[in-house]
Design a protein around this ligand. Structure first.
Ligand SMILES: [Zn+2]
Length: 453
């Protein structure tokens, strides 16, 4: 007998079927015909073999009839982590991909983001981006908002309402020569960051936290970078920014910060490189800079769609991993045009193969490794892997229920395929039609239950 969304006092859900996830040791581990229980706190209570059903039902207080059985071609995988996405830029995602970074920011980004002074615009766009990313299987997102504190707080509220796990950053920038009204003074930026942090923490959202967000070295004075480093340190907060995305940018940073030995050193000198820092891109980092990332525990967000779309560069992920630097995947909406981490998975594999075409000794990434980067790797990059990222007893149940053969979907199953083939097909060919349900901390958030009033 099948029943969905079991609710008992003790257990929120008990599932029986295939579970696919990553561990530190194994990029793809497949648990076939397993039982997994999710307790009332949304955490994985047990993972066991079906023979243990009777004993488990007694211990955890559920009846065998309450078990939800996955159908053929279905499996659970961990929710995907988008380690770098600009929520306001979703308004023009899929357009404006015709110029390099610095011109792109001045021509498209700053004018678009300046409109988020309006809470009506913010509400409309932020609701759409949260819904779209959740439908695409992003259970955790690390968002840039804009310089506007109240609109940034609204983004945090919307992610909380829809049940997405998120880090949300009010963008800080006290330099902008192209659009004079889209910047703050250093004092405004500092005060508004403190207001943003305290108001967001006061909401006590269980899954949504603030992240200190200097836009990047070219948009901030050294004084502001130093203030933000201190704020993050004093409040033990996450930090996000951009680094070494494009060669013109790298050159300008070198000119503006002559006292620093490298772009990475600019952030390091301002206390912005910690084990809770995630930096987007890093296409042009030197090996010495990667060493500094490893020493500080800072991580990289690899955004291959954006790197290609803006002709920024090709990050050698293999080299980053060889340096033991943590790395997750990002969409970088709207420099990247797709709001799906599945697209980031494919573009990561493409870039790795292009590097191998250019340099045959490059050790190409496997789809299993990139699956790990999209899930556990992203959690590690955001330093939240102690409570999410894979199926381990005691961790939150952040999961996608995937049907590789969903009717009307993009995948044809020709033969009766094993679970690893179903995973590979889903990663390469799948989309939101294959994602039947999305769970965050044990709560089913897709199909949507939250209604905007
Ligand atoms: Zn970005």
């Amino acid at each position: 007998m099948e029943r969905t969304h079991t609710t008992t006092a003790a257990m929120k859900h008990v599932f029986r079927g295939t579970f696919i996830h990553s561990t530190q040791q194994t990029p793809v581990e497949i648990l076939e015909d397993a039982l997994l229980g999710v307790n009332a706190d949304g955490k994985v209570a047990f993972i066991a073999k079906p023979e243990e059903l009777n004993k488990l039902s007694e211990t955890f207080g559920f009846t065998p009839a309450e078990v939800t059985h996955l159908a053929q071609h279905e499996f659970f995988m961990p929710g995907m982590v988008d380690t770098h996405i600009h929520a306001p830029q979703y308004s023009y995602a899929g357009t404006a991909l015709d110029m390099p970074l610095l011109q792109w920011l001045n021509t498209y980004t700053f004018p678009a983001e300046s409109r988020f002074k309006s809470l009506d615009i913010a509400n409309e766009v932020y609701t759409q981006v949260v819904k779209r990313t959740l439908r695409n299987g992003t259970t955790t997102a690390c968002y840039f908002a804009t310089i506007h504190t109240d609109a940034s707080l609204l983004l945090a509220q919307i992610t909380n309402d829809f049940g997405q796990r998120a880090l949300v950053g009010k963008v800080c920038m006290d330099k902008n020569s192209s659009l004079k009204h889209y910047k703050e003074t250093m004092q405004e930026s500092q005060e508004e960051t403190c207001r943003f942090i305290s108001e967001l923490l006061n909401k006590k959202y269980p899954l949504v936290k603030p992240v200190v967000t200097p836009r990047y070295a070219l948009s901030c004075t050294g004084a502001l970078l130093g203030q933000l480093g201190a704020i993050a340190k004093n409040n033990h907060l996450h930090i996000q920014s951009h680094i070494s995305e494009n060669l013109d940018e790298v050159k300008l940073v070198k000119e503006l910060f002559p006292e620093c030995t490298s772009y990475t050193d600019v952030y390091h000198k301002h206390n912005l490189l910690t084990d809770k820092t995630v930096m987007a891109h890093g296409c042009h980092l030197t090996d010495e800079e990667l060493d500094l990332f490893r020493e500080t525990g800072a991580s990289l967000s690899h955004c291959p769609n954006s790197n290609i779309s803006l002709c920024s560069g090709l990050l050698n992920v293999r080299n980053v991993l060889n340096h033991k630097v943590k790395l997750g995947l990002g969409t970088d909406i709207a420099g990247g045009y797709s709001a799906s981490i599945l697209d980031a998975v494919r573009k990561t594999l493409d870039v790795s193969k292009v590097l191998t075409i250019l340099e045959p000794e490059n050790d190409v990434l496997t789809f299993e490794e990139v699956f790990r980067l999209a899930t556990l790797g992203g959690s590690q990059a955001l330093s939240i892997d102690d409570h999410t990222g894979n199926f381990v007893v005691g961790k939150d149940f952040d999961a996608l229920r995937v049907n590789a053969a969903a009717p009307g979907g993009p995948i044809d199953i020709i033969d009766c395929e094993g679970p690893k083939v179903l995973l590979e097909k889903f990663l390469n060919l799948g989309d939101d039609r294959n994602i039947l349900e999305v769970f965050v901390a044990g709560r089913r958030v897709v199909p949507f239950t939250y209604q905007v009033v």
